[in-house]
Design a protein around this ligand. Structure first.
Ligand code: GSH
Length: 234
């Protein structure tokens, strides 16, 4: 049985199954990327809830694994060379899970780089820009009188949706027939923009028919539906 006691995070969130990959998360657009990938691959894991209402992400135990105080994070007891591996940043975790399982990533080398390119497009573009739009459209920023910041993120989100729409034309998924980590990174954010953030109208979501088509196919996947509800509400 692997010993994870050297990892302070296990003091606050004890591992009942230390032989399984440990996931620290919440069902947010970044959190569900990892639970969806885990559900898709079938890798056994144990999930721990990092509650924002009690600022669990700022606890010393969580910070010992992720000094950037954000979910998701993982602790894999069976990492490279059979040693435990702690990891944060959802993009890095997706790449790790794909490499570990040999799934969700094409085998061809050029196609692998292309997958990373679209993954980075999400991490550097879609995530931060849609997130800012959420702040200025739905959360505290919506009361600001000056609408220029909101308008900037509306325009940038529309631009990114157009790029994505162009990529998806004539393709089933971002990487064509190969569903994988690029889709798992992008579509939880697209779903959130039109859904939870209520920003569908302001960004003209209906103009992006290819994005809508692939979003529908994405959320229809059983593993996606399971991953979207992890960890379950207490
Ligand atoms: N680039 C990070 C972003 C993670 C992130 O922003 N997580 C949010 C939830 S979606 C969070 O943990 N927020 C808590 C906080 O900022 O205190 C990743 O992709 O993992």
């Amino acid at each position: 049985m692997p010993d994870l006691s050297a990892f302070a995070i296990t003091k606050k969130w004890p591992a009942r199954h230390p032989e399984r990959l440990q996931l620290y998360s919440l069902p947010t657009p970044n959190g569900v990327k990892v639970s969806i990938a885990l559900e898709e691959t079938g890798l056994p894991y144990e999930v721990h809830r990092v509650a924002f209402d009690t600022n669990d992400q700022l606890s010393p135990e969580f910070l010992s694994l992720n000094p950037n105080n954000k979910i998701p994070a993982i602790l894999d007891p069976n990492g490279p060379n059979g040693r435990p591996l702690a990891l944060f940043e959802s993009g890095a975790i997706l790449v790790y899970l794909a490499a570990k399982t040999g799934q969700l990533m094409p085998t061809d080398e050029a196609a692998r780089y292309e997958t990373l390119q679209w993954l980075m497009f999400q991490m550097g573009g879609i995530g931060p820009m849609f997130g800012q739009l959420g702040f200025f459209h739905k959360f505290a920023g919506k009361d600001y009188e000056d609408k220029r910041p909101r308008d900037r993120y509306v325009a940038e989100s529309r631009r990114l949706l157009k790029v994505l729409d162009g990529r998806l034309a004539g393709r089933q998924w971002i990487m064509g027939d190969d569903y994988g980590i690029a889709d798992i990174a992008v579509f939880p954010w697209v779903r959130n923009l039109a859904g939870f953030y209520g920003a569908g109208e302001i960004v003209g979501f209906d103009d992006f028919r290819e994005v809508r088509r692939v979003l529908d196919a994405f959320v229809a996947r059983p593993a996606v539906q399971r991953g979207l509800a992890i960890p379950p509400a207490p």
